[in-house]
Write a protein that binds this ligand. Structure first.
Ligand code: KG4
Ligand code: ZN
Length: 340
């Protein structure tokens, strides 16, 4: 306890950020430390799992120390330890998990596993103190694209998801094809502002009528084919136009389906989560579409959209107060689904 409030120490290491945080009563951030590896993986054009694991190993203890120090807390003040156990890169997850277990065992604190995607949704509880479930969520990140019915603080039901690439993955792949660098999402976000989204109309993939699923793997091929065709014809490719056209094709489908799902359920609130939720065009398009139907939108600030441990601590808190505990045999689950 810190000043009479439940204190959770949270650890996140599912991809390329090593993060730790101390959360008070779930929603107040006492500290949130992040060591990012983006600069290292940039050299390879994407996250290299083995390299990610090694850096997590180097960084995890300093990051935990930093989170405790910045919160002015010692392990005695901590009530429980929350940790991401999936989905993510198995080697990366194992580092955070082993560290959390070591702290739990050494300090005699309960261990609480958190689903990373659920953590992304919970980032909104930190950003919006009055937000309470139930609501609909659109989780849109490097690994996931899901429309979710969030029924309470711990459970949710997936209404639809991607059948192949996640939206963020499509951004990253297309950015690589366009020679923009890594991570692609923020780079496409910026350059697309200078392009004409109608100059290159890429195909919108709607799938069957009534389905809330997505498919984004085809659009990378669409972009590649377009570039090759233009090059063969001796025409110069306007990167900003291609980026804008790609972005519009992806986001139009995402925005339409998310708002449709909310309208069908008579849900008046949509909560956005995940790295791609930081995208400026997505914010514009979602706002315009939601306004038509009186739907209120919740976006976390950009720092709470991308991976962090504060959101994991928030999710862990709600499990903790309901008496949920995990054993020291908790294993990493790289393909963990939401709702499992
Ligand atoms: O949520 P996140 O940090 O990690 C996962 O759990 O996957 O999301 C990372 C993803 C990357 O694909 C990155 O390119 C994308 O989020 N992203 C963006 C933006 N900022 C990050 N995509 C589009 N626009 C952005 N501004
Ligand atoms: Zn994430």
């Amino acid at each position: 306890m810190i000043n009479g409030r439940t204190a959770i120490l949270a650890i996140e290491s599912s991809c390329d950020e090593t993060a730790a945080a101390v959360m008070l009563d779930g929603r107040e951030t006492a500290s949130s430390a992040i060591s990012t590896q983006i600069e290292i993986h940039k050299m390879y054009g994407g996250v290299v799992p083995e390299i990610a694991s090694r850096h997590h190993l180097d960084n995890v203890n300093p990051v935990v120390d930093q989170a405790l120090r910045e919160a002015g807390a010692s392990m005695d003040d901590i009530d429980a330890i929350g940790v991401t156990y999936g989905p993510g890169l198995v080697g990366a997850l194992l580092i955070g998990l082993a560290t959390a277990k070591a702290y739990a065992l050494a300090a005699g604190k309960p261990l609480i596993g958190v689903n990373h995607i659920h953590g992304h949704i919970c980032a909104n509880f930190i950003a919006h103190p009055d937000l309470e479930p139930p609501f609909m969520a659109l989780v849109i990140s490097g690994g996931h694209t899901n429309i979710v019915d969030v029924t309470d603080y711990r459970s949710c039901r997936v209404l639809g998801g991607t059948r192949d690439d996640a939206a963020g993955e499509a951004y990253d792949k297309v950015a690589r094809v366009l020679g923009l660098g890594y991570p692609g999402g923020p780079l496409i976000d910026e350059i697309a502002k200078k392009g004409n989204p109608e100059a290159v109309p890429f195909k919108r993939v709607w799938l069957e009528k009534g389905s809330y699923d997505f498919s984004f793997s085809g659009i990378k091929t669409g972009v590649l084919n377009y570039i090759n065709k233009e090059k063969q014809a001796g025409r110069e490719v306007n990167i900003a136009d291609v980026a804008a056209g790609f972005q519009e094709a992806v986001l139009e489908v995402v925005v339409t389906k998310a708002v449709e799902a909310a309208r069908e359920r008579n849900e008046k609130r949509i909560v956005m989560a995940g790295g791609v939720a930081a995208n400026s065009r997505l914010r514009e398009m979602m706002t315009a579409e939601a306004d038509k139907y009186g739907i209120r939108l919740y976006f976390p600030p950009p720092a709470l959209c991308t991976d962090n441990a504060a959101m994991i601590g928030c999710a862990a808190y709600y499990r903790y107060i309901e008496g949920e505990r995990d054993g020291l045999d908790l294993d990493a689950v790289p393909n963990l689904e939401l709702g499992e």
